[in-house]
Design a protein around this ligand. Structure first.
Ligand code: SAM
Length: 223
């Protein structure tokens, strides 16, 4: 089997992710399988394996590989888990979740991106259920989810997403102001009396495009 330049570049990126502290072998293997170059425009393909976010049109970005690895590691995806992603963007994160054996649902609010991601994922043989809508309201029809990952910065925790987590489910979401957001992981469990408990763990800061919608920011200026 021939090895392409992209295969070399992908392996090199995985090495960098390990050096940056990513430990979960399944996440690293998944990212070593997904061809990130397919999720960016032809002019940007040569930058696909630099550890950077890249523009995907409509003023949005495909997230930096380190960010994808970090959030996916925290999500702790098991084979067969039902995962909801908010912010399909290019479709890359959804493909990584598929490689982890998840049953993936993804919501994108911008129609152009929703259509493009659908066609790329189909061409690359990833089966993802997609919806063009305000993801701050989740996707109730398929709830409950084992995990929900939000790939845009939110001013708080959308109530609808918390409600759509199953018992033991995890919501991984960047929360903060317009400039910087901390990654939070909220786990839904029950105490011994059956009362619902939400436990929040807080991780490092990143910078995301804004989550715009009913339970997010009002507009692109992040107000
Ligand atoms: N996960 C994407 C990928 O792998 O390419 C990266 C996503 S980009 C950083 C964030 C995405 O969230 C953008 O495509 C943006 O349009 C979308 N977004 C923002 N607010 C949203 C909302 N309320 N519902 C759904 N998508 C939203």
């Amino acid at each position: 089997m021939s090895v392409s330049l992209q295969d070399f570049q992908r392996k090199d990126l995985i090495k960098k992710l390990i050096e940056s502290g990513i430990k979960d072998r399944r996440v690293l293997d998944a990212m070593n399988t997904v061809k990130r170059e397919l999720f960016v425009s032809p002019e940007l393909r040569r930058f696909a394996y630099e550890n950077n976010a890249l523009p995907i049109g409509s003023s949005q970005t495909i997230s930096q590989p380190y960010t994808v690895a970090f959030m996916t590691e925290i999500l702790k995806v098991e084979t067969g888990d039902k995962i909801l992603e908010i912010g399909t963007g290019s479709g890359y994160q959804a493909a990584v979740l598929c490689e982890l054996g998840a049953d993936v649902y993804s919501v994108e609010r911008i129609e152009q991106l929703y259509k493009e991601a659908g066609s790329i994922l189909k061409k690359a043989n990833y089966k993802v259920s997609l919806k063009c809508s305000d993801g701050t309201k989740g996707w109730k029809d398929n709830a409950p989810y084992d995990g929900i990952i939000v790939t845009a910065g939110s001013p708080g925790l959308p109530e609808a997403l918390l409600k759509q987590l199953g018992d033991g489910g995890r919501l991984v979401i960047p929360v903060g102001d317009r400039n910087t957001q901390e990654i939070w992981c909220v786990t839904r469990t029950k105490d011994k009396n059956g009362k619902e408990i939400f436990t929040t763990e807080k991780y490092q800061y990143f910078k995301f495009v804004p989550l715009i919608g009913e339970e997010g920011w009002e507009n692109a200026d992040g107000r």
